[in-house]
Design a binder for this molecule. Structure first.
Ligand code: SF4
Length: 375
């Protein structure tokens, strides 16, 4: 941006001012950038769009999962979800907030249990469209929680980098009003690799949102070559693998990607990532009745998790209209988890949030598009 600004005849330092207005003060109007000359603001307005994504529907479920349907410039629809979870620790009234962003319109990977795959793939998002989802969530949360007051009080995220108290306070004011970002919305992040990495760099940059890469999770259905590439990218993000089957036979039934990258190709790539970054990764496992919830699957999953030093996140299947799959009974879920625990695998079972607002990925967008087509 500095290069473009200089080429247009303006001073280089203006780029830093624009970044401050966008990412620290989070304005959504060029005219609000009051320390910029008027002709420069006019040039910006002619050449850039601040938010190429517009929220059109905001749904909140009883269990405090909040879903925003967003419209892109070409009228495509995407979803962004905010999930609130209780903070660990006694007496903490505030809640930990995770934003789940989309990175494609639809998805080409066609996992059999997923609403995003149902309508097929339309296009990749630009990095700007991914970042804009987060900026909208950020602005809305700050408005709801008292703007600067909230940001100033949110000091627990500050990292001392030698700048002293005033530096910490400034960083706290600038920090987004959420704690984690997960690329688990619509689309396969590693299939839109360049936009993914560009987005992570913008989020991470001190001129950007200054958001730690360690609080960003990239969730993939298993694109082995891109996992290896990401390991070498120099961004210390967390990795989550949508495994959903502990053998090729089961994975083949529900995840077409397994034909291209079966477990014997996927698992070594994941292992390489884990060894490079030295951090525990997550294996996501949606429990679907009579598909992958057998005790034999649990035993195979335990072997994989131990080998990869991975945490297992079991998610009882969230019903998707138009798909035949069912959620296993609670005793069956518990028996599955018990096998993992007995094998000393770190495991959680996530009783899915957002069931009542179609929060499984892609459901809200699918329903809205179907309704629009019928009307
Ligand atoms: S689970 Fe992920 S990769 Fe599979 S179809 Fe859905 S969005 Fe695509």
């Amino acid at each position: 941006m500095t290069e473009r600004i200089v080429a247009a005849g303006y001073k280089a330092f203006r780029a830093k001012q624009v970044m401050d207005w966008l990412y620290k003060k989070r304005v959504e109007d060029w005219d609000a950038m009051s320390n910029l000359p008027k002709d420069f603001r006019g040039w910006l307005a002619e050449n850039y769009i601040i938010y190429p994504v517009r929220p059109i529907l905001d749904k909140r479920s009883d269990d405090v999962t909040q879903k925003m349907l967003m419209e892109l410039e070409d009228k495509s629809l995407i979803e962004t979800v905010l999930i609130r979870a209780p903070k660990k620790g006694v007496g903490q009234e505030d809640s930990r907030k995770t934003v789940c962003v989309s990175i494609q319109v639809g998805c080409a990977y066609g996992c059999k249990f997923c609403a995003s795959g149902l309508a097929g793939f339309r296009r990749n998002l630009l990095a700007a469209e991914v970042v804009a989802q987060l900026m909208h969530i950020c602005r809305r949360e700050e408005e709801q929680e008292g703007g600067n007051e909230h940001r100033t009080s949110n000091v627990e995220h500050s990292t001392s980098n030698g700048g002293g108290e005033s530096q910490m306070s400034k960083q706290a004011q600038e920090r987004p009003a959420f704690d984690n970002i997960v690329f688990m919305g619509m689309g396969e992040p590693l299939a839109n690799y360049d936009a993914l990495v560009r987005t992570i760099r913008i989020l991470n940059a001190d001129w950007g949102l200054n958001f730690g890469a360690r609080r960003i999770t990239v969730s993939t259905s298993g694109l082995a070559p891109q996992i290896e590439q990401l390991a070498e990218e120099g961004v210390a993000v967390r990795l989550a693998i949508s495994l959903h089957g502990a053998t090729n036979a089961v994975r083949d039934q529900i995840m077409p990607i397994n034909k291209r990258y079966p477990l014997e190709k996927l698992l070594p790539a994941v292992k390489a990532f884990q060894q490079k970054h030295g951090r525990m990764l997550t294996l996501e496992f949606i429990l679907i009745e009579d598909v992958n919830d057998s005790l034999e699957q649990a035993r195979e999953l335990a072997k994989i998790a131990r080998n990869l030093h991975a945490h297992v996140n079991c998610i009882p299947y969230n019903t998707v209209e138009g798909l035949p799959w069912k959620r296993p009974s609670i005793p069956r879920q518990d028996a599955f988890v018990d096998i993992l625990k007995k094998a000393k695998v770190s495991v959680t079972i996530r009783r899915e949030k957002g069931h009542d607002i179609n929060a499984a990925c892609g459901q809200l967008r699918l329903k809205t598009e179907e309704a629009a087509a019928e009307s």
